[in-house]
Write a protein that binds this ligand. Sequence first.
Ligand SMILES: Nc1ncnc2c1ncn2[C@@H]1O[C@H](COP(=O)(O)OP(=O)(O)O)[C@@H](O)[C@H]1O
Ligand SMILES: [Mg+2]
Length: 280
Amino acid sequence: MKAVSAAGDAEAVSGPAIDVRGLRKSFGTLEVLAGIDFSVARGEVVCVIGPSGSGKSTLLRCVNLLEEPTSGTVTVAGTEVTDPDVDIDKVRRRIGMVFQSFNLFPHLTVLENLTLPQRRVLGRDRAEAAGIARERLARVGLTDKESAYPAQLSGGQQQRVAIARALAMDPELMLFDEPTSALDPELVGDVLAVMRSLADEGMTMLVVTHEMSFAREVADRVVFMDGGVIVEEGAPEQVIGAPRHARTRSFLARLLTPATADLTEAAEAADGAGKRSGPV
Ligand SMILES: Nc1ncnc2c1ncn2[C@@H]1O[C@H](COP(=O)(O)OP(=O)(O)O)[C@@H](O)[C@H]1O
Ligand SMILES: [Mg+2]
């Protein structure tokens, strides 16, 4: 590991939470990330949007090295995770990750799902882990569910347990990969409310989502990805409200009103055809 000077320490404390430079990732001949540069400041909430297959999940997975980048650097809170000598387990401990699928242990109660990783990874004793687990369950509004098994909970409740489990590890930043995409529509709101409260408390968050109203209201910045590159990024009211690029506009049009977008395109095409042929 590199020796870190006192000045380096200070920089590590004040620098960005996530810094990505020239990131490329290929699977065989398929280039999924084609040169990504971006950073997330401490306390910032960044939402990543973009069509399926654009590389959003791969980007998130490169941040905590669930995928190994083909080239480029990723730095998390001052530690370069792409440094071959890095203690990646130590870095991962600082990063909470919440996936579309909740990945709870089905044979453990909610409380046990929260205490097990604290005891295994952080070495906390049973009583301390349980105390922290109960505090985090209260934060996600599930105090009364600690003895339930995951199968006895709704999808939204399971996802809130998964968020509480990540919070019990005292992460410095949280990565969310489409946390509400697997949920019935009526369960999405409670999960987004928990995420909003985390953002309000100052948690650093990188969130892949299709929930445009959440991105508009909660994100400090929105990043639009397509084809393995960042097409545009900026304030939510700009990227979502007044996108500069045609690719962003067509993605948003499809997302917000899938059926009408097609109709509008058809109408525009017909209109264009009409104009080209002129009045009859
Ligand atoms: N482990 C993998 N092996 C091969 N191809 C992969 C792998 N993971 C992702 N891909 C491909 O990379 C592309 C981007 O995937 P992904 O990052 O999941 O996109 P998104 O999250 O934006 O939908 C897709 O074409 C996907 O099939
Ligand atoms: Mg994905």
